[in-house]
Design a protein around this ligand. Structure first.
Ligand SMILES: [Fe+2]
Ligand SMILES: [Fe+2]
Length: 167
């Protein structure tokens, strides 16, 4: 985004900007997940993060398809929000000594990431439809669904076992 000129003029520009925001975010998430997999002790949590890493790689491919369908360059823009969420996750998990408490912290950090993604994809699906891009909306909806499923799976792990083990 330019400092001296306003680069976002239309709804279409805003859609593309937000697409680039989530594209950057997904790429940061792919870099962060291996460490979260490594730190998790609970086997189901480890597997859950592993599965979501594979899904995230696929999500990036879907986003690249959306850029192509929409006829714009595949590119990211800095997203300070996801950088902050991941940085905080890293800071907090670095402070936790007990493995079981660390699992609870990792779930909380993972859910902060998923909720960020859910808000972005929810907006992008609505805007794609508004712009007459149902083809893009369908791909974005698949990513949204995976984020919502991941969020629910993390809640289930926390409430059924991890929180109790940590307490
Ligand atoms: Fe994602
Ligand atoms: Fe996600």
């Amino acid at each position: 985004m330019g400092f001296f000129s306003k680069d976002i003029k239309t709804m279409d520009d805003l859609f593309v900007h937000t697409l680039r925001d989530i594209y950057y975010a997904e790429n940061q998430i792919v870099k962060a997940l291996p460490e979260m997999i490594d730190k998790a002790s609970d086997q189901e949590l480890k597997n859950g993060f592993e599965k979501h890493l594979q899904e995230t790689e696929m999500q990036i491919e879907r986003l690249e398809e959306v850029f192509k369908l929409h006829g714009v360059d595949v590119a990211g823009v800095n997203c300070p929000a996801i950088d902050g969420i991941l940085e905080e996750a890293d800071d907090v998990s670095g402070e936790v000594d007990d493995d079981r408490v660390l699992d609870a912290a990792l779930i909380a950090a993972g859910q902060a990431v998923e909720h960020y993604e859910i808000t972005r994809y929810g907006t992008l699906v609505a805007w794609a439809k508004q712009l007459g891009r149902n083809d893009c909306a369908a791909l974005l909806q698949q990513n949204l669904q995976e984020e919502m499923n991941t969020d629910k799976a993390l809640t289930a792990m926390a409430e059924s076992r991890v929180n109790a083990a940590a307490a």
